[in-house]
Every structure is written in C-alpha cells, then in structure tokens.
Design a protein around this ligand. Sequence first.
Ligand code: FES
Length: 104
Amino acid sequence: MGSCAEKGSEEIHKLLKRTLKERGLAKLKVRACTSSCLDVCWNGPSVSVQPDGYFYGPVTLEDIPEIVDAFEKGERVERLVLAGNDFIDPKMLARQKKRDQAGV
Ligand code: FES
C-alpha cells in the first residue's frame, strides 16, 4: 500500500464508485478501478483518467462530486489536473536546486 492509502484513497475510491453508480455512469461510461502506486505520491491521492491521459491530484472526498459532474459533461476539473512539474518528486527538485546553487 502506498502513501495515497494513508491519505484516504480507499475512502475516495469507495465514494467515487458509489457516486458513479448513483448517477448511472458506472460500468458503461466510467469505471473506477484501483491500482498500485501511480508514481506521483507527493500529489496523492491521485486518479489516472484513461484513455483520456491525464491525472487528478491531490484528490479529496470533497472533490468527488465535482469530478463526477465533469465526467458527466465530458469535461475535466482543471484545478485538479496534474501538469509539468507536478510529476517530478519535489525532493528531487530540491536536491537539484541545491546542486545548481553549489555549482555542482
Ligand atoms: S501511492 Fe498513490 S501515487 Fe504513489
């Protein structure tokens, strides 16, 4: 179990599944499956939306209705979409910055 589980990913998954079912989107339009670590733990809990090819993070229980609304409309919740440096571990960025400052 990765760090997303420690931040409530299991409850988020359950609520996402339940909300999709209640809205009639489950199985035919949107499937909410679990996975192992998506390698963006620093932005977890994360959700990979496929085949559309984007990630949401960090996702909270409060975000689920808005995410499902967006699925219904065929839209994205832009404020939650990960981009660019969101996929780079901030610890690695900090180490690189130290090296750059030291001229290494
Ligand atoms: S455990 Fe969720 S992205 Fe790593």
